[in-house]
Write a protein that binds this ligand. Sequence first.
Ligand SMILES: C[S@@+](CC[C@H](N)C(=O)[O-])C[C@H]1O[C@@H](n2cnc3c(N)ncnc32)[C@H](O)[C@@H]1O
Length: 318
Amino acid sequence: MRRLLEVANEKRSPLFPVTDAYRIVNGLADGFPGLTLDRFGDRFQVQFFGPEMLARRREFVDAVAAVFEPACIIVKERLSRSGKSLENAPMEVAFGTRDAAVGTVREGNARFHVDLLDTVNPGLFLDMRHVRLEVEERFRAMTNNARFLNLFSYTCSFSVHARLGGAAVATNADISGKILDKGRANYALNGLDLRPGEFFRGNALEYVRWAIKKGLGFDGIVLDPPSFARFKGFNFNVREHLMPLVSECAQVLNPRGFIMVSSNYSEFALDSFARDVLAAVSSVHKEARTAWKRGQDIDFAGSGATKDSCLVATLVEL
Ligand SMILES: C[S@@+](CC[C@H](N)C(=O)[O-])C[C@H]1O[C@@H](n2cnc3c(N)ncnc32)[C@H](O)[C@@H]1O
């Protein structure tokens, strides 16, 4: 096990200068079927998505402790007895202390708060790293007044990068006030002041309709929604609601702007997803073109092979 862990970590070495938050083991592709191992600085997260390695759980934790000497290892069992992936998974401190589960990580020029015992999601989605870094670079190449819109913003990590890149305003829309507070804390961690209009608590779809009415314009938009979510009697369903939302976003996209759309919904295939996004943007801007379409970064080896690891993402620019 130790040798496999060392080999898996070495495969991710191109990421080391950029970040200390990355996936070390992505299931079978790294020799450990049914489990993932993520590093968030000195704290480590093991997630079981299948039963294959459950019987060797202690052995695996001991191997991680020996190879990486972490401050803590948190184990999350994401698999229910019926075989379904769990959102409210049991979480155990298998090594180290509870206090060590909280800390910060670095990603390019940014830092982010993480808490591995908060929920199954510690505060930063690792699979979006390459897009976050690109968002920062795209804003660095823009004029001073550029504006960014981050829909389904979660802890506002895209916006932190946009502001570090020079965006004048980065607007975050999320239904969770608690999550937006974490976003404010991430702004503070990065020395960013909070600017008027940057935090909208509510339905992302309503925000976009309001922005259209107000005649607002954005130079970059990120649309990275959950597959399903319920809010005040409204059931967001990515299959039904995403492409109409992309067309509405196109109405608030400024000339020479970009929109990045992504999803982890396992039924989307990259080529048709990218085609649909381009068609939705082109319905408003004839000159739209696809800059790229891609899956996950190198730390998600073998991604697309399992239901829990199936990112599709595309960036369209005007
Ligand atoms: C998959 S996360 C988004 C990840 C985020 N884009 C990132 O990269 O960090 C889902 C987020 O969408 C939010 N959410 C769910 N339904 C929503 C809705 N209708 N409008 C706005 N936010 C919503 C949730 O509160 C959660 O923070």
